[in-house]
Structures are given as structure tokens and as C-alpha cells.
Design a binder for this molecule. Structure first.
Ligand code: DCP
Ligand code: MG
Length: 392
């Protein structure tokens, strides 16, 4: 029998082959990025496009971010994290190369049964809406100071930005980006200090509207909520799209803030849809299996809540997966490589199934509070803070 590596090159992802062959095309390690463009190999959270950033000159932004970050502690830490991810990818690749056709074939029954079960539990009877305010903190600030209207602005300071309005996003400026980089990208950028009390007040106003449509709405953060509007649609014989229009209208009347909405049979889809026509728009997915499958098949995995930068990298670099449709195409390999929990999540995403049941009255599991400190090298400062927080 030949060693696996000499045969693997002729195999492709899904194919089931002779028992003693590797079942998978072991992707060659991608050649490292050329040194003349080192910014291509630097990826960090604030380089990911948010709504309103489609037309951004990505190359320019990447270059500026790289030039202004290199050598910093944050940069070095990102590089360390990147090396850990690379190791995980290498390990998974090695595992993938060892999987034989027989091994894959032995998973078929279990995997197909699992997918059949998920499919059987698909619920197309509910109508969910995900509402998300547009550029929330920035919009609140503009609402209270109209002279900011139409100008690129960000909420935050030189060390960190909480959000940026859509004018600023055209320059690549976005949440989680250090303000000094943002200013380099957009020289006219106006900074406004955050005022969380103000945002809570506006958030509560939006929630008064949400409550009218679903008393048990699920708030994931200050500016977004999931609403089950199934009963309202039935009682008033109106569509989810009409309810979404109404909610957005009422939020605007109450706050003079715009929001966007997504309508779909479950929370996973509603959330994805609310981002499609941002700002001040909505997108509706009908409760029909074929339309849903067409939609999800072409959707890039990164658009799904719960699939972040690292998961995206692993799926792409190990299995060549980039769309949700690819998750189902590669179902046997996924089952061979990932834990049952991850496997079931990936299958559910591939099938566009996720959170259609009404919310349960569960006790709160956690309460969090976060605070960003000014940059400091004073370790005793942190020790003191930790002592105070542990004792309170
Ligand atoms: N926020 C923050 N830090 C982040 C991301 C967000 O402080 N890294 C805050 C500021 C945002 C608010 O949470 O205004 C809501 O986050 P969103 O991701 O919904 O962003 P926006 O509402 O600002 O913009 P969008 O129009 O894309 O929803
Ligand atoms: Mg928002």
C-alpha cells in the first residue's frame, strides 16, 4: 500500500473511494504572502466589512492599518493568535489527510440520519423579525447634535471607536478600530465621546415599541432585538414584511432613529436578513423551503452569527468551505473532523435551521459589564483594579 500523501493529491473532498485510499484532497499549505505586500497577511477584527463598507478601498485600508499597527503590542498579540490558529489549521489538515474513504463511508449513515432529523424538525410556521438600529451610538449623537449630520463621525476616542456613521464607513472606519488609525483613514473624522446613559435611554424607547409587538422579545444588545410576530400576522392577517415596516416606522416616530429589519422563519435567518438592506431597509425571506435553501446555499459562512474569523479560516483553509451550501457538501468530512456540537451547528447552518421556537422563560445565566482602560504600562494599576473588583 502506498503512503497516503502520494495518493491524496488525486482525491477530492466528497468522493468515497477504495477502502485503503485517503478520501480527501489534502490541500497544500498555501504559499505565504509575498513580503512586498506584508499587509495581506495581517488580519484583525476591524478589517472585516460591516454594512456600508462595500465600496471601500480594501487594499488601502489594509495597508494603512498594517503600517500603523506593526510593532505595537496589539499587533504582536494578533500575530501570536494568528500562529495559534495556523497550528490548529495544520493539525486539522493532518487529521483530514489521514481520513480514508472507508472511514468516511462509515460515517454516512449517522450523518444522513442526523441531517434527516434536523430536516424533519424544520419549522416554517413562525415569523421572526430581527431589528437592528443603524449606526446606533452615532445616530443618537447626531440626533442630539444635528450639526453632525452628513459628516463623517465616530463615537469613541483615539484609542478605540465604538461605532462610526455611514459617511465614515466609506473610508474603512468602523467599530473596534483604534481612533488614531481611523483618523489616518479619514482626516476629517469627528470624534464624539460616548455617553452610555443616553444610549440606554434611547434603547429603552425602542424596547417600548418592541414590547407592543412581542412582549417576550429577545434583546441581544442595546440596539437589536428578535421578535416573534407569528400571532400578530395571523390575528391581523398581515405579512411579516408589513409588521417590520410598522415597527421601523414606530421606532422612528419615537426616537427619530432609523433601524433595519430582517424577516424570516427563524432567528438565524432574520438576523442575516436584517443586515442586507442596511441602513434604513429591510429584507424578507419567505417561509418556503426552496427559497430558503437557495438563499442559504450561496450565503458566505461569515455572515452567520456564530461563525467568526477563526471558524471561517479553519473551514476555508482545511476544507475549502466558503458558503453555507459548502457545509452540507462537505458533511462527512465535517463529521469526521469536528465535535458533535460543532457538527450539528454547521449542519443546521447549512440547512438554515436555527431558533424558531418561542423563547423560554429561562433564568438569566450571566450578567456582564465591560470597561476599556486608557493605555498604561503600570502593572500596579491593574493589580489594584483587580483587587477592587474581586472584593466587590
Ligand atoms: N458597539 C461597541 N463596540 C463594538 C461594536 C458595537 O461599543 N465593537 C456598540 C456601538 C454600536 C452598538 O454597539 O452603535 C450597536 O452595534 P452594531 O454592531 O449594531 O453597530 P451599529 O448599530 O453602530 O451599526 P449598524 O448600522 O451596522 O448596525
Ligand atoms: Mg446596529
Amino acid at each position: 500500500m502506498q503512503p497516503h500523501h502520494s495518493r491524496a493529491a488525486s482525491c477530492d473532498g466528497d468522493a468515497i473511494r477504495h477502502d485503503d485510499e485517503a478520501a480527501f484532497n489534502c490541500h497544500q499549505k498555501q504559499s505565504p504572502h509575498k513580503d512586498d505586500k506584508p499587509w495581506h497577511s495581517y488580519d484583525t477584527v476591524f478589517l472585516n466589512a460591516k454594512a456600508g463598507m462595500d465600496g471601500v478601498d480594501k487594499e488601502k485600508v489594509q495597508k494603512v492599518v498594517y503600517e500603523m499597527s506593526k510593532g505595537s503590542r496589539y499587533f504582536e498579540n494578533e500575530k501570536r493568535k494568528e500562529a495559534v490558529v495556523e497550528q490548529r489549521i495544520d493539525r486539522l489538515r493532518s487529521q483530514a489527510c489521514l481520513i480514508t474513504a472507508a472511514g468516511l463511508a462509515s460515517l454516512e449513515k449517522v450523518v444522513d440520519k442526523k441531517i434527516g432529523e434536523l430536516e424533519a424538525n424544520r419549522d416554517l410556521s413562525r415569523v421572526w423579525i430581527h431589528v437592528d438600529l443603524d449606526a446606533f451610538y452615532a445616530a443618537v449623537e447626531t440626533q442630539e447634535n444635528p450639526s453632525l449630520k452628513g459628516k463623517p463621525m465616530a463615537v469613541g476616542g483615539l484609542s478605540m471607536i465604538c461605532t462610526a456613521n455611514y459617511e465614515a464607513r466609506k473610508f474603512g472606519v468602523r467599530a473596534a478600530m483604534p481612533g488614531f488609525i481611523a483618523r489616518k483613514l479619514c482626516q476629517d473624522l469627528i470624534f464624539v465621546r460616548p455617553d452610555f446613559e443616553k444610549y440606554s435611554k434611547y434603547s429603552e424607547l425602542t424596547r417600548q415599541v418592541f414590547r407592543e409587538y412581542d412582549e417576550r422579545f429577545i434583546a441581544r444588545s442595546m440596539d437589536e432585538a428578535y421578535l416573534d410576530v407569528t400571532d400578530i400576522c395571523r390575528e391581523r392577517t398581515i405579512s411579516g414584511a408589513q409588521v417590520a415596516e410598522e415597527i421601523r416606522h414606530h421606532v422612528y416616530e419615537k426616537t427619530k432613529l432609523t433601524c433595519s429589519a430582517g424577516v424570516g422563519p427563524n432567528r438565524l435567518l432574520a438576523k442575516v436578513c436584517s443586515d442586507i438592506n442596511k441602513p434604513n431597509g429591510q429584507y424578507v425571506l419567505p417561509n418556503e423551503r426552496s427559497a430558503i435553501m437557495n438563499f442559504i446555499s450561496a450565503l458566505p459562512i461569515r455572515k452567520v452569527s456564530g461563525i467568526g474569523k477563526v471558524t471561517e479560516r479553519m473551514l476555508k483553509d482545511v476544507l475549502g468551505i466558503s458558503t453555507c451550501g459548502d457545509l452540507l457538501q462537505n458533511r462527512y468530512m465535517i463529521s469526521a473532523l469536528f465535535s458533535p456540537i460543532s457538527r450539528d451547528f454547521f449542519f443546521s447552518v447549512g440547512l438554515a435551521i436555527g431558533g424558531s421556537e418561542p423563547p423560554q422563560d429561562e433564568p438569566r445565566k450571566s450578567l456582564s459589564n465591560e470597561r476599556t482602560f486608557m493605555a498604561t504600562t503600570d502593572e500596579s494599576f491593574f493589580s489594584k483594579k483587580l483587587e477592587v473588583n474581586v472584593s466587590t
